[in-house]
Design a protein around this ligand. Sequence first.
Ligand code: ADP
Ligand code: MG
Length: 347
Amino acid sequence: MSLVLGIETSCDETGIGIVRGSTLLANVISSSMEEHARYGGVVPEVAARAHLEAIEPAIRAALAEAGVTLADLDAIAVTSGPGLAGALMVGVGAAKALALALDRPLYAVNHLVGHVGADVLRDDGTALELPTVALLVSGGHTSLLLVRDLTSDVELLGETIDDAAGEAFDKVARLLGLPYPGGPHIDRVAAEGDPAAIRFPRGLTLPKDLERHRYDFSFSGLKTAVARHVERLRDAGQEVPVADVAASFREAVADVLTAKAVAACQDLGVPRLLLGGGVVANARVRALAEERAAAAGVSLRIPPLALCTDNGAMIAALGAQLIAAGHAPSALDVSADSTLPVTHIQA
Ligand code: ADP
Ligand code: MG
């Protein structure tokens, strides 16, 4: 089983993971989230600079955690896309330097497929069964995938046509005067509110939208609807029922995400759904996914949260899977690709 170090720098987490095959040895994450707080969203230049500062100490920490040295490594894996161009470049540059200096193969891999790969690191003795539908929801992505083979066959069923789900949480939190990142705060406040208080729109769910966008998502109309609602109350001098707005907004997001994901499982006859990305931490998304999956006879897999958010371990795991499946390494002149399609599992 190959000992692989994985590097993830596509957004605001500098993630370094080390795996041996599908065994997790280290998962070190350094996030620049706090540096973005005053801007209300990830600032690409700030993220790239933070990666530069964090990456070397994170590599050292991961090696120490795994109890291995650089010389022990069999291969280096790195996220080469999709993600923020400047942020990706830091990880890709570091990975190339390590591969060259250590004379080890380099595997440049797809971030989104990495989220699915995280599942092989579960230590509960259950194996990832394929094909599976995967719903990946984070601050940067909202994608529905059909994974037939982790290393050779991933299809994009649909994705957001505007904001990502996490981004919507962050923007609505800001509207409600809650701190960044908004997801956890909305989740907390929503627990006290009535999810049926306000009927917010469910993007791309009308029959005419479903024809063209059956598996696509849209959250910008929802965000605007929340903004209008809050504005109207404020203009009328009324108090904003923050808990009810948060609960009703969260319900709208959870409803659309889980309805479309479970519909994909049913349409395609694939009774398996895997969730990934930071938004999976959301209590209502999890509960509704469980409820609807169970009702549809779909088995639901949610990797542990530390492997759901951006991390290097999932990238190392995908690298190890590629090696095990006999794939050739990536070229050393591989470059970061901010829009790498999900069908390109390896660059
Ligand atoms: P990225 O780095 O691509 O933004 P992450 O996987 O790091 O994605 O996830 C961060 C996103 O997840 C943020 O948008 C954050 O608001 C959201 N998030 C975190 N926890 C929750 C939660 N409990 N409910 C909803 N969204 C959440
Ligand atoms: Mg992040």
